[in-house]
Design a protein around this ligand. Structure first.
Ligand SMILES: [Zn+2]
Length: 229
């Protein structure tokens, strides 16, 4: 009985010591658990386990009205390992990072039309792609007539920040030649139902006009990946 009591007391003491240590180390324990969770979540790109093919992800499914759960319109297209973005609503680039699709991977951006909610994340997306990947050339931005005005406007707004970034991080990390976007306008109309924008052996991207009155022009895009095979 005496031995049992001592053992019981010892166990109680051990539990008390463990609980006390846990209380004082609760911060480190929480951090370790979070690091494990985040490490697990962020260690794999979402396309790591995907078959070679065409995949679509939503990096924003909201609209112009405030919504704490949804970023502005943004669609991520994975053609094999190549990442393309259709529309760049507010919060798009942050969502891409959270999806472990870093903006640095973005090969080109396609804009469907110029409603504010489809373009208000463009400046941030261009900046994150530049700064996050030491890009040496501007990101191509495809869009109907007017895309040069939109891209140029964002680049003008970010001109002061461009200087700050280069001065702060240096030209090796932030190559001046990679700032902003290179607009690639095309004429979208009924006479151009399937305008080929990219025509490569494994990838074809076409633009087609859509009705979104009174917004003109407005287009959709069709992606074909390894379609011939
Ligand atoms: Zn719209």
């Amino acid at each position: 009985m005496r031995t049992r009591t001592i053992v019981g007391l010892s166990l109680a003491g051990l539990v008390a010591v463990t609980a006390t240590a846990g209380w004082f180390l609760r911060g480190q324990i929480a951090m370790a658990a979070m690091e494990r969770l985040y490490g697990k979540a962020l260690s794999r790109a979402p396309d790591d386990g995907l078959a070679d093919g065409l995949h679509v992800g939503l990096c924003g499914a909201g609209g112009p009205m405030p919504d704490p759960r949804r970023a502005g319109p943004c669609t991520a297209i994975l053609a094999g390992k190549r990442l393309f973005i259709v529309d760049a609503g507010s919060g798009a680039s942050r969502n891409l990072s959270l999806m472990n699709l870093p903006p640095a991977r973005v090969e080109a951006i396609f804009l469907t039309h110029f409603h504010s909610d489809h373009i208000d994340g463009l400046g941030e997306l261009m900046l994150q792609r530049w700064g996050g990947g030491a890009a040496t050339s501007p990101v191509p931005v495809h869009g109907p007539t007017g895309v040069d005005q939109v891209v140029g406007g964002f680049m003008t707004a970010y001109t002061l920040d461009e200087g700050y970034r280069i001065a702060h991080h240096g030209q090796k990390v932030i190559p001046p030649s990679g700032f902003g976007g290179a607009p690639l306008p095309f004429v979208a109309g009924e006479a151009q139902p399937d305008l080929v924008l990219i025509d490569e052996p494994d990838l074809k991207v076409t633009a087609f006009p859509v009705r979104h009155d009174p917004v003109q022009p407005a287009v959709g895009y069709a992606f074909e990946y390894k379609a011939a095979g």
